[in-house]
Design a protein around this ligand. Structure first.
Ligand code: ATP
Ligand code: MG
Length: 441
């Protein structure tokens, strides 16, 4: 097992000062799963003041003294060292009213959410595991420490943490814990949008997201009631072998695990149920559904706390998710001009995920075409003129050639760019000046 020397150093320094100290929680879980932990938390019998005194000769940050957390910096890397603590009552369903420090490791482990997250690692003597986390880790099971109803009543965010770990790790949620999640889903209304957004986005990015959203569809509907009409809604379409909800889940799972992409797939067809029509041949259509999806997505996203930049990008991708991108140079160059390369490459990822969730006979041909378009875009973005800054003339050149300053100048440059994209004129200074001079007004 690979415990970084900085962590060993922190533990030994506390031990030498007479305190217990162990790596704890997520890092122990990940290490035992054979994954390198992304961060290390250390739990100790020392109180926050005692931690500060032990590390008085090192850089520390009093991150959350009230909750017992001191960050110790080692070569610029932060490590959270937290005093053993017991949480008081949670009268608001979100935060403990008070915390009490304790010298008992077992009490500290007992306040943690799931058995697999309630293990500490004694670097010399193995795992400290009073709640049988190892057994649950081996059988890939998520189980609350203690009575699930009590634990979800204390902090309803744990509901989403359970779903998130299940989605990311592929662990099954043990029946009593699962039943309690269904009973307590409504308590998520007590949790802040920031905490919900963080866990829900991680849930969306998991490999097992479709299974989790299916099994806990009530939790999903509690957070996003706009999803409900999609469930079981048959599309009556040769392109689709799934109902809208199942198509949505399959497309989320098929997308790269990046938050903007996964959110886009979750929302891209959310407006479909509103605009269903059936033609005389019994084929379903959803004309204009992207506009409906954008409107509903705007409502949904306003309740979460994603960055403005991400929200803007998600709404744009939802809006244009069906925009045709055929392998045609002039058309692609126009699209490049309008949206830029990043958006178009991301749109191809959206279209990949969308078609991977459709009837298999359509998928292969379209994926191959997306790949061809991706390569064309990369090449075009390097070679062709598609931005005003790529033009061989600028405003000053036009003025020098006798063009009056003012808004007409910008319009002339736009016209020149369009003419170059449509290959009506070469992107070459003399040719461009001649073109614009001879153009009838
Ligand atoms: P990640 O891989 O995302 O870091 P993690 O389990 O380490 O997963 P953290 O939020 O870093 O999650 O929390 C560290 C540890 O603190 C958890 O493993 C768990 O023991 C405990 N913990 C975190 N959040 C809660 C909570 N809401 N209720 C109870 N215990 C919690
Ligand atoms: Mg962690």
């Amino acid at each position: 097992m690979n415990v970084p020397s900085a962590v060993v150093g922190i533990v030994q320094k506390l031990n030498r000062a007479g305190y217990e100290a162990y790596p704890v929680g997520g890092c122990v879980r990940d290490l035992l799963r054979g994954e390198q932990p992304h961060d290390w938390d250390i739990t100790t019998s020392a109180t926050p003041e005692e931690i500060l005194a032990v590390f008085s000769d090192e850089k520390t940050i009093p991150t959350g003294l009230k909750h017992g957390t001191v960050t110790v910096m080692k070569n610029g890397v932060p490590f959270e060292v937290t005093s053993y603590r017991v949480d008081g009552d949670y009268t608001d369903g979100r935060h403990p009213d008070s915390v009490r420090f304790t010298r008992s490791l077992k009490e500290d482990l007992a306040r943690r959410d799931f058995t697999v997250n309630a293990m500490a690692m004694d670097i010399e003597n193995g795992v400290v595991d009073p709640f049988f986390g190892l057994r649950d880790l081996e059988s890939k099971t998520l189980r609350c420490v203690g009575n699930p109803d009590d634990r979800f009543e204390e902090d309803a965010l744990r509901i989403l943490r359970a779903l998130r770990f299940s989605s990311v790790l592929g662990f099954a949620i043990e029946p009593k814990t699962a039943a309690s999640i269904h009973r307590n889903a409504h308590r998520l209304s007590l949790v802040s949008a920031e905490r919900i957004t963080e866990e829900f986005t991680k849930l969306l990015c998991g490999s097992y997201v479709a299974n989790v959203c299916r099994e806990f569809v009530d939790v999903l509907e509690f957070l996003i009631p706009e999803i409900s009409p999609l469930i079981g809604f048959s599309q009556h379409s040769p392109y689709h072998d799934r109902d809208i909800f199942e198509h949505t889940l399959a497309s989320v799972a098929a997308a790269k695990p990046q938050s903007v992409l996964r959110w886009t797939m979750l929302l891209h067809d959310i407006g479909k149920a509103e605009c269903f029509t059936l033609d005389e041949n019994g084929v379903g259509h959803f004309y204009g559904h992207a506009t409906h999806s954008v409107r509903l997505s705007t409502d949904v996203l306003s309740r979460f706390k994603l960055s403005n930049k991400d929200v803007e990008r998600i709404l744009l991708l939802v809006k244009i998710h069906d925009l045709p991108l055929p392998p045609d140079e002039v058309l692609l160059t126009k699209r490049l001009r309008k949206f830029g390369k990043d958006v178009l490459l991301q749109l191809l990822d959206v279209q990949d995920a969308d078609c991977l969730a459709q009837s298999p006979e359509w998928t292969k041909k379209r994926l191959a075409e997306h790949q061809q378009v991706r390569e064309m875009l990369e090449k075009l973005a390097l070679d062709v003129c598609y931005r005003l800054s790529d033009l061989a003339v600028d405003g000053r050149d036009l003025q020098a050639a006798g063009f009056p300053a003012g808004p007409a100048l910008g319009k002339a440059l736009d016209e020149l760019l369009e003419a170059v994209i449509e290959k009506r004129v070469a992107n070459e200074k003399t040719a461009l000046l001649a073109y614009i001079k001879n153009k009838p007004n």
